[in-house]
Design a protein around this ligand. Sequence first.
Ligand code: PTJ
Length: 247
Amino acid sequence: MIPESHPRYESLITRDRIVEGVEKGITSLHGLMAQGRGEAFDYLIGEKTSKSAHRAEKAAAAVLLLAKRPVISVNGNVAALVPEEIIRLGDIVAAPLEVNLFHRSEERVNKIIEHLRSLGAGKIHTKSDALIPCLEHERAKVDSEGIFRADAVLVPLEDGDRCEALVKMGKTVIAIDLNPLSRTAQTAHITIVDNIKRAIPIMSEFAEELRNSELAELQRIVKEFDNNKNLADAVDEIISHLRRAQK
Ligand code: PTJ
């Protein structure tokens, strides 16, 4: 039992959720390492949502609202850390979920689907009858009516090449990645450099706020967003945070 007074309470609770995910067979063992990597970047960021992340979260909400066939991709870490939050976001922007795993096993895919359903998930794309071109690993397996034909895909905690392959397929790709220098971060159209635990609820708030906006207003938000500039800002924010922490 971790006391709430512990200075690293939030971080320790998050670790517990990932460990629990592994014990339930939802999260892969590699997910533990991914979490550690994420934590290190979150520390550099100051464990709070930066201005650049906030801008990206707003633009991402607008993209999802504008999309005709949006899909939210769920992996083992996402299912352990933010299942309810991702279901809520999917409901607000009318985006079905699809489980897509790097360390894929049918058993784990099914466990994640059951886990999401037990928490009230609506539409989940469950087939794996199509392949993302030019991707030689298990993440290529997708649902022909889901990620394969989606026009916008949210890919949280991703590792590079699928993001690139989805971009090549002509989809708008939104990534959530605490590492602003990762291949995914550099390749996506909208990169949210924030902890998924903070990012998803903020995206939902923006989506709630924007869901009744005129189309032109949503298009303006997306058009004005510049991912390269935003990523440069994210790096600057990390540097400024480190300078302040040093004093
Ligand atoms: O469930 P699977 O089999 O699909 O596997 C999922 C993982 C995450 C294990 C797999 O995709 C993987 O190994 O990912 P990587 O290559 O470790 O990349 C994960 C990225 O997500 C890294 O850049 C981390 O910094 C980042 N990350 C980790 N935790 C968080 C995060 N970003 C946002 N929020 C987090 N909580």
